[in-house]
Design a protein. Structure first.
Length: 255
């Protein structure tokens, strides 16, 4: 992983490039809202080159995030795309179709647009199970299913799925797979959490902090990155999506 200084320097150069369109899922609270604010800050003096789509459930929270973004980055465009459940393929398809429609109708003036997808926590549901010992495609087997197992599988598949997409559409689209681990968001101290948990989290939080740039140095994909790993992930994902689409079609035909 590049050092934080290198990352910050690259981010600071974004306003000097082509106009930027960002589709940010789960951007109404927590880390998604932090990224939205960071984008607005980066484009604080170049608002006309930034357009952000906030994809989420809560329109009220989205309005708060977008209002703050417009305040920090005058001239920038912020749009809300409602999606009640991004675990459903139909919801993802509808959100994507709406973004495509809006981008087709109203484009930037003065140059080509770069579309970046900041994938925070949502992706297509991958439902096929694989046996222990195989590459982590699909859902973890029952004996290892849990937060750690699911994170391992989703992180692995997103990396290679994005790599394959980036290679197929080089120069047209870029992807940032942000895998920050545990993020100290407002959910930990919300009223939805038990009082005892909020007290415990306040005490444990300082002990749980890890520097992301140092932690990531121990992560390597070299042993599993073969010539066809990305293709395997792509094929598996497409097969699963086609199967789900057929099953949904059969279900819809009953009503």
């Amino acid at each position: 992983m590049p050092s934080l200084d290198v990352i910050r320097s690259a981010i600071a150069e974004l306003p000097n490039g082509n106009p930027l369109v960002v589709a940010l899922t789960g951007g109404t609270t927590g880390i998604g809202s932090y990224v939205a604010k960071a984008l607005a800050t980066t484009f604080s003096k170049s608002g006309s080159k930034l357009r952000v789509y906030i994809v989420g459930r809560n329109a009220t929270r989205a309005e708060t995030v977008m209002a703050k973004g417009k305040e920090i980055s005058p001239g920038s465009e912020w749009r809300f795309i409602e999606a009640t459940d991004l675990a459903l393929i139909s919801e993802v398809d509808q959100a994507c179709a709406e973004i495509i429609r809006l981008e087709t109708e109203v484009s930037f003036h003065g140059g080509p647009v770069r579309l970046d997808l900041l994938y925070m926590s949502h992706c297509y549901p991958i439902l096929k199970e694989r046996s222990t010992g195989e590459l982590p495609f699909g859902c973890p087997p029952p004996e290892s299913y849990g937060v750690v197992g699911v994170r391992k599988h989703t992180c692995f598949m997103k990396n290679f799925f994005f790599e394959d997409l980036a290679n197929k559409h080089a120069g047209k689209i870029s992807f940032s797979h942000i895998y920050p681990g545990l993020v100290d968001g407002p959910g930990f101290t919300s009223d939805d959490m038990p009082t005892w948990f909020r007290y415990v989290w306040t005490l444990v939080k300082p002990l749980a902090r890890l520097r992301g740039d140092e932690w990531a140095k121990g992560t390597s994909y070299e042993e599993v990155r073969t010539a066809d790993t990305s293709k395997q992930v792509w094929d598996h994902t497409m097969e699963t999506l086609e199967r789900i689409e057929k099953e949904n079609g059969k279900t819809a035909g009953k009503f």
